[in-house]
Every structure is written in C-alpha cells, then in structure tokens.
Design a protein around this ligand. Structure first.
Ligand code: TYD
Ligand code: MG
Length: 460
C-alpha cells in the first residue's frame, strides 16, 4: 500500500477537502484548512472490533493526590499550583526575548542537581532554536554548567521521541514547539498542522511515560500562542510570560491549569545571572514613586491569592487636535471609556476636549474591576491638579450609576497596604458582614459614590 494521501480539514465547519485552498468552499471561512493524516482505512481496521468495555466508578471514594515535583523556583511553584504534576504537559508562551528559555534552563538545572529545593529529577532540554554551544554558554552564565541536564539540539520529532524513550527523563523541555516537525506531514515546520501534530505526539509521550513535558510556544503579534488554539486545549496548563522588554520585571501568569489555580502570578526580575524571584512585588512596583504627584493613585490590587500594590498614573491634558486621544498602558481601554463616561454623566466632569493618558507603573497588566476607583481617583486628581495623599491606597468597583461597590477580599488588600507603611485607604465597606474585622487594620476614608470621591479630592 502506498503512502496515504493527506486530507485538508476545515477547522471551522469540519468539511474535508482533497487539496488545500485559502478559503473553505463549504463555509466560506478563510485560512481554516489544515492538513491531516487520514486514519488508515484498511479493511481490517474499518471492521468494528469488539473491544473491552469501560469500567464505571462513582464520584466518591478514595482518590490519590497528584504528587508534585518542586521546580526549585517558588514563584513557578505558586503559578503551577505547587510544582509540576508527573505526566502533565505545560505550554509556556511569551514574546521573543522575554526569558522563556532562560527560565526553563534554570528549572532544568535546579531540578537536575536538586538545587534551591527542587525535586531531584532527570531532565532533558531539547532546543530547536539554539545550538548546544549556545545553550551551554547560557548555562555557564546562569551558573548551572555543572548541572547534569541532558542537552540536545534537534527539530525532527522522530529522533526526539526515540531519544526520550532511551533516556527516560522525568522532565522534558522542548524549546520551541514551533520549530518541531514530523515527517508524517508534508507541511513546513511552524505551520498549524505541524505544530498540532508535534504537540499531539509529545503529549502522548508525556501521558504514556509519566514525564513532565514543558513546551515553549511563540506568540503572534496579537498575543496568542502561534499555531492552533487546539494546542492550548490539548495541554494541561498554559502559562504566559508577560512583561515589557524595557523593564526588568517579568510576570508569569497561568491562563489555564488543570491542576491548580489560574489566577496566580509569579513575579521575576531579569538580572545579569538569569531570572530572580521577587518575593515582595508590591515594594518593587512602588519603588521610586514620587511623593504626592497629582494624577497618581496607589491601587491595592489582588493577583490570585496575593495582594499587589501598584501605582496608576493618569494625565488629563487639553486636546491638541480635534479628536481627543485616549491612550492606555496596562489596563483595558474599554474600561477607561466606561469610567470616563460615568464621571461625565454622574459628576458632570467634561472630558470632551481633553486627551486622557493612563499608565500602570512597572509594566503590570491589571484586569480587576476593583481598579475602577483607583483609575477614577487618578483622573480626578489630575483634572483638579490635586495630589492624593501619598500614604493612601484606593480600591473599589464602579457601577454605571456612579455607586462604588466593595472589592472582594478587602482585608487582604488592607493588610498588605498596612504592611508597606500606608496610613489610610479610600474604599467602601458596604458589603455586609466583612465590615467589623476590616476596619481595625487601616483607617478607611469611606466613600459610597463617585461624587463623594470628588468632594474628598477637592477638599485636599
Ligand atoms: P531568552 O530566555 O532567550 O528569551 P526567550 O527564550 O523568551 O526568547 O531571554 C533572552 C533575554 O534575556 C536576552 O535579551 C538577554 C536577557 N538575559 C539577561 O538579561 N540575563 C541573563 O542572565 C540571560 C540568560 C538573559
Ligand atoms: Mg528562547
């Protein structure tokens, strides 16, 4: 029998085509045809074989906890939910040069030599992008030359799987999934079909062997892991490495995690000898803050279980051109439009002829609704040119009516602010139940509506 003819399947409607086309004839979607290897349809396999019936179990009863392998990096342990689970597959995405290879080489090194409390494991690092000499040079820079990591530079999947079967490592690092290719498909490396086939094959190996598989994934311009979304569905966890290359802070965030929480972040700092963990990120993000400048508000945020204080800076200036500009760094521009609209409609502040710039200091991206009030406070402070008290934190969610709602876990936020020497908080405590035990931590300048906030700022 000859080589099976590959088919092209539309990822949108599922229709099968004999040859590739830019547009699916069946549903009209563009760029959705993906090459696939058809299942061998020999007469033997097409006959329905009687197979073993599955066993059903009940939901209750004994289950075993997932054993965890400590990575030797506390921040990474936190993001993964306590370390790697054997047999799991993790995808680590991020912009080029952000530090993915550095982080993973550090993990491989620590685990191979049981450094920094990492579980002693046999680790393999397969680089499809750099030569072994380049990786060795990096290991030297990281002080990990003596770590017994099995290193290889290869992009062809067949030899990699054979090598892994012979070496039997506990932790495998593939840097990166976009450089891998399998000769099963005619498509070029990096194409959707290749990435998907390689990820599938490596996942199968991980599940079968019980090894932890760490796949590095490149991201596209709009910030998604290049290649098909199915890779994200296939793996157990997707971690993104974020940060500004101009800034030394790097944030590792879990977007999906089958074995742990998805809202935890790990904070790192890129130094001369690789990535260093940042145990107290609030102090770092507030470092170098100017005393009492107008337009700045300290937001007491929450990232997963960890409170995180950051400075939100706003600048409201007369618009130079007809259409005023709205520029946002580190926050959602739609959310800024909402806060501006609420300020206009409920407080009568006119932003019509003004440019508005908003920046979250330190390169952090904030997604919490509780930042609304801090943004509003920064905007009001800028427009009235009145600095907020330097020792005051702000948090609370805004509703469209101009009311302020209490943020979740106010106690944790206040505790962190008190720990860093803040003396008061602008917030609301209108949620029942939490009020009593909270007020003891830090004096609260209670505001219940946005006009309350304006009155407070005007009185400063
Ligand atoms: P890298 O891990 O190669 O990024 P990625 O794999 O995500 O593309 O990181 C490369 C950058 O990190 C590079 O610009 C140099 C910098 N770097 C340091 O500042 N210190 C170090 O110790 C190392 C190894 C890299
Ligand atoms: Mg790299």
């Amino acid at each position: 029998m000859g080589k099976p003819v590959n088919i092209f399947v539309c990822q949108s409607c599922g229709s099968v085509h004999g040859k590739w086309a830019g547009r699916c004839d069946a549903c009209g979607e563009w760029n959705t045809l993906v090459e696939e290897v058809p299942a061998q349809n020999s007469p033997k396999s097409s006959r329905r074989r009687r197979s073993r019936a599955i066993d059903f179990v009940s939901l209750d009863g004994e289950t075993e906890e997932h054993p965890r392998l400590s990575t030797g990096i506390d921040e990474l342990n936190r993001v993964t939910g306590g370390g790697f689970v054997p047999g799991s597959v993790l995808l680590i995405g991020g912009d080029p040069g952000i530090g993915k290879s550095t982080l993973l080489l550090q993990v491989a090194g620590f685990m191979a030599k049981c450094g920094q409390g990492g579980t002693l494991c046999k680790t393999a690092y397969i680089s499809g992008e750099e030569s072994t000499a380049q990786v060795k040079r990096r290991a030297k820079r990281l002080g990990l030359s003596n770590a017994p990591v099995s290193l290889a530079a290869e992009t062809s999947l067949g030899p990699i799987i054979d090598g892994l079967l012979a070496e039997k490592p506990d932790v495998v690092i593939i840097d990166s999934i976009q450089t891998m290719w399998t000769d099963q498909l005619g498509a070029a490396p990096g194409t959707v079909a290749q990435v998907r086939a390689c990820a599938q094959e490596l996942t199968r190996y991980a599940k079968k062997s019980g090894a932890v598989m760490l796949l590095v994934g490149h991201v596209t311009k709009d910030g998604q892991i290049a290649g098909p979304r199915v890779v994200e569905h296939m793996v157990d966890a997707v971690l993104y490495f974020e940060g500004d290359r101009a800034n030394q802070f790097r944030i590792l965030r879990a977007h999906k995690n089958r074995f742990g929480p998805t809202d935890e972040i790990g904070v790192f700092e890129m130094g001369g000898q690789g990535l260093n963990e940042v145990a107290n990120p609030s102090a770092l993000f507030l470092d170098g803050r100017e005393e009492a400048a107008s337009g700045a508000a300290v937001f007491a945020g929450l990232e997963g279980t960890r409170p995180l204080l950051t400075e939100i800076q706003a600048l409201v200036a007369p618009a130079a051109f007809g259409t005023p500009r709205r520029a946002v760094v580190g926050w959602d521009s739609g959310r800024l439009a909402m806060v501006l609209a609420v300020l206009e409609a409920r407080c009568g502040i006119n932003f019509g002829g003004k440019d508005v710039y908003l920046n979250v200091a330190g390169g952090l991206k904030i997604a919490e609704p509780a930042a609304d009030l801090a943004v509003a406070a920064a905007l009001i402070s800028s427009i009235f040119d009145k600095p907020l008290p330097a020792d005051c934190v702000v948090f609370g969610e805004l509703s469209l009516s101009g009311d302020v709602r209490q943020a979740s876990r106010s106690d944790a936020r206040l505790k962190e602010a008190a720990k860093l020497g803040f003396k008061c908080a602008i917030a609301t405590l209108n949620k029942q139940g939490e009020t009593k035990n909270i007020s003891s931590q830090l004096p609260i300048l209670e505001i219940n509506t946005l006009p309350d906030l304006i009155t407070r700022v005007e009185a400063l």
